[in-house]
Design a binder for this molecule. Structure first.
Ligand code: DX5
Ligand code: ZN
Length: 222
C-alpha cells in the first residue's frame, strides 16, 4: 500500500494577525490550517478565540485543524464545530471526560482529536484511540510558537504508530512544535502523518515553497 501524502498544516499563530487573510493566501498549497487557541489558563499565553476562527473560516476552504489549549474544552467545542472545524483537538489534561467529548464531536460531524503535554505519557490513553480520529503529539511545551523541537517526544510517536497499526485504527498522528526542514524527517520516520509548522513556514521568504519542501522531506523520510 502506498502511504498517503504527508499532511502539512501551517499554524496561523505565526502569521501577521493584522493581515491574516493575506497570510492564509500565502499558504495556498497547505493541506490544512492549524488554529492555535490559548486561554491564558491552561497555557501561560493568550492567542485568539472563536471570533478569529469564524473570520478565518470565511476566507479559506482549507480544512481547519483546531488545537484547543484551554481549560474545560467541553464548554467551548460547539462554537468551533459550528464555525466549521474539520478537527477539534483538546488536551487530555484539561478535561475529565475525554471519551464523552470525542463522542460528542463525532456526533456533530467533526473529527475528534486529543493532545498531550510533553510530560504526559501516552500509554494510559492508548485504549481510547478507537474513539478518536487524530492524536496531536506536542514536541514543545504548549503555549508559544518558535520553540526548539524535543526529539524525546518521538518515542511517543513510535508507541502510537505501533498501536495504531497493530489494531488497524484509522487514526492520524500529527506532531506540533519546532517542525521545520531540519526536524521534519525524523518525525516522519517515527511515524507521523501530519505536521504542524508555524515559524518555519511564516519566517520563510516563500511560505508556499516551504510547505512543498516540508511535504517532500516528510515523504522521502517515510
Ligand atoms: C504551540 C502551538 C504550536 C505552535 C507551533 O503551543 O501549539 O502549534 O504554534 O509553532 P512552531 O512551528 O513555531 O513551533
Ligand atoms: Zn498547535
Amino acid at each position: 500500500m502506498i502511504a498517503p501524502a504527508p499532511i502539512i498544516a501551517p499554524s496561523i499563530l505565526a502569521a501577521d494577525f493584522a493581515h491574516l487573510a493575506d497570510d492564509i493566501a500565502r499558504v495556498s498549497d497547505a493541506d490544512w490550517l492549524h488554529i492555535d487557541v490559548m486561554d491564558g489558563h491552561f497555557v501561560p499565553n493568550l492567542s485568539f478565540g472563536l471570533p478569529v476562527m469564524e473570520a478565518v473560516a470565511k476566507v479559506t476552504d482549507k480544512p481547519l485543524d483546531v488545537h484547543l489549549m484551554i481549560e474545560r474544552p467541553e464548554l467551548w467545542v460547539d462554537g468551533y464545530v459550528g464555525a466549521g472545524a474539520k478537527t477539534v483537538i483538546f488536551h487530555v489534561e484539561a478535561t475529565e471526560e475525554p471519551i464523552a467529548l470525542a463522542k460528542h464531536l463525532r456526533a456533530e460531524g467533526c473529527r475528534a482529536g486529543f493532545s498531550l503535554r510533553p510530560s504526559t505519557p501516552i500509554e494510559p490513553y492508548l485504549s481510547m484511540l478507537p474513539h478518536f480520529d487524530q492524536v496531536l503529539v506536542m514536541s514543545v511545551e504548549p503555549g508559544f510558537g518558535g520553540q526548539s523541537f524535543m526529539p524525546d517526544q518521538l518515542e511517543k510517536v513510535r508507541t502510537l504508530r505501533k498501536y495504531i497499526d497493530n489494531n488497524h485504527l484509522p487514526v492520524t498522528i500529527e506532531i506540533d512544535g519546532g517542525i521545520g526542514a531540519e526536524t521534519i524527517a525524523q518525525a516522519a520516520e517515527a511515524g507521523c502523518d501530519a505536521f504542524v509548522a508555524g515559524s518555519a513556514v511564516y519566517k520563510a521568504a516563500d511560505p508556499n515553497a516551504m510547505v512543498t519542501q516540508l511535504r517532500d522531506l516528510a515523504a522521502a523520510a517515510r
